[in-house]
Design a protein around this ligand. Sequence first.
Ligand code: GRF
Length: 196
Amino acid sequence: MFKIGVMASGGGSNFKAIIDRIGEGDLEAQCKFLITNNGTCGAVSHAEEFGIPVYHISGKTHPVVADYETAMMDVLNKYDVDLLILAGYMKALPACMIHRMPDRILNIHPSLLPKYGGKGFWGIHVHEAVIAAHEKESGPTVHLVSEEIDQGRILAQVKVPVLEGDTPEVLAARVLEQEHNLYWKTIRDYAAELRS
Ligand code: GRF
């Protein structure tokens, strides 16, 4: 069975959408762990509900960088997952993790990359910038993770309209709805690509 691990920092709606699809049999995979840097985030509640082991690893739990990186690598080595899925993980990954899993780490970003990606473009700031630039469309991107933030190979995108009068919050909600449809399908398709 295809094995995935997930990393998340926030509400965890993408994580929940993925584990729901696994539960429904649409995505043939097992989720082996959640790594979070925020022990009280929504993603942790979802993991507990589904009996998925949670590893809280952050600068607080592991103040020494070497210990922090070892803790991360220990989880990767323990489960040896096929893909690592970043689902709203708000911290850059240590390079050792990226080197451990080349072309095996996916991220979802709430803009049509390469637009509105990289430094400073996270969370609501992405949607603020899209609206300020009077873009007519936006939408999520799933991409491979490389050492340059938001610059890895694009696997899939979905366009959504930016409507007259949209606030950043309204646009964020419209994009997030599409993220939930897009991420599990992209994992499924990329898993098939890796097998072929
Ligand atoms: C999403 O907008 C995603 O694109 C970005 O972080 C947000 C995570 O949302 N990387 P959630 O925690 O999955 O609800």
